[in-house]
Design a protein around this ligand. Structure first.
Ligand SMILES: NCc1[nH]cc(CCC(=O)O)c1CC(=O)O
Length: 307
């Protein structure tokens, strides 16, 4: 058995929390194994000039974390499933999906209790098209103002008075131990979450059977089924958390209930759909729902965005 696992991680507070959470789970499972973090301040994508990454003679764009995995400087990387693209670089893959935290969006404000109590023309911060199109659908009077940066940066900008309220993922605020920031957990009916929101996934080298085996107990079957269906929607729609796409699955016994929507960024059009089926068909349910949305007009909205 391996005697050490190195976790490559970005150095934002949320990324570090997630890496440390996986570290603690592995240490509890394998008391004799060393688990280390390898922190890196990612400066975006880079071209990896290694034989491993050569596809058709071209260098492959990979994240710095993935370069560390491919070069063997690290064994695993922990991700928010919401941010994980469908395709992985050659040689890497998703090993497990861990138990989901609350997937909802959170209403955060220093002044107001809830979305409903926002006054006319209130300024709400989010850079997510998914969040803004759903908010605008309910409250066309609200002014959406772009808000970027990690969770702490976004909170600081609100505290500085630039926004009446902001929308963040509940899971992130809970992980950063700031539950008091959550004024309202917004229902899925009001703001359908992004595919994978609230779940963590672990990436490693596809041929690293030892590590994959060690990670297996961290897999949470219910979460994995739900997130598989959600990701199939995103894959079919060719979008992720950057697009005005929401998809959210709930599993009851063996039945998966998958809801999805595509909204126009201006909040005037929303194509919504849902599907129910057996959990073993998670992926095909996601594809079917996406096709249904596309056939009813999502294609027009997305084509305008992707062009
Ligand atoms: N896109 C940023 C991001 N990626 C994952 C989370 C939160 C945690 C999660 O969804 O697992 C966040 C912050 C946010 O949306 O407020």
């Amino acid at each position: 058995m391996k005697d050490k696992i190195v976790i490559a991680t970005r150095e934002s507070q949320l990324a570090l929390w997630q890496a440390n959470n996986v570290k603690a789970q592995l240490e509890a499972l394998y008391p004799d194994m060393l688990v280390e973090l390898l922190g890196m301040t990612t400066k975006g994508d880079q071209i990896l000039d290694s034989p491993l990454s050569k596809i058709g003679g071209k260098g492959l764009f990979v994240k710095e974390l993935e370069t560390a995995l491919l070069e063997g400087r690290a064994d695993i990387a922990v991700h928010s499933m919401k941010d994980v693209p469908m395709a992985f670089p050659e040689g890497l893959g998703l090993a497990v999906i861990c138990e989901r935290e609350d997937p909802s969006d959170a209403f955060v404000s220093n002044t107001f209790e809830s979305l409903d109590s926002l006054p006319n023309g209130a300024i709400v911060g989010t850079s997510s098209l998914r969040r803004s199109c759903q908010l605008k659908m309910q409250r066309p009077d609200i002014i959406i103002k772009d808000l970027r940066g990690n969770v702490n940066t976004r909170l600081r900008k609100m505290d500085d008075g630039e926004y009446d309220a902001i929308i963040l993922a509940t899971a992130g605020l809970l992980r950063l131990e700031m539950p008091e920031r959550i004024r309202q957990r917004i229902s899925a009916e009001t703001s359908l979450p992004a595919g994978g929101q609230g779940a963590m996934g672990i990436e490693c080298r596809s041929d690293d059977v030892q590590t994959i085996k060690l990670l297996t107990p961290l897999q949470h079957e219910e979460t994995a089924i739900r997130v598989t269906a959600e990701r199939a929607v995103n894959e079919r729609l060719n979008g992720g958390c950057q697009a005005p796409i929401a998809c959210f699955a709930i599993l009851t016994d063996d039945t998966l209930w998958l809801r999805g929507l595509v909204g126009s960024p201006d909040g005037t059009t929303m194509i919504e759909g849902e599907i129910r089926g057996h959990k073993d068909d998670a992926k095909s349910l996601g594809v079917q729902l996406a096709d249904d949305l596309l056939s009813r007009g999502a294609n027009v909205i997305l084509d305008a965005l992707y062009q």
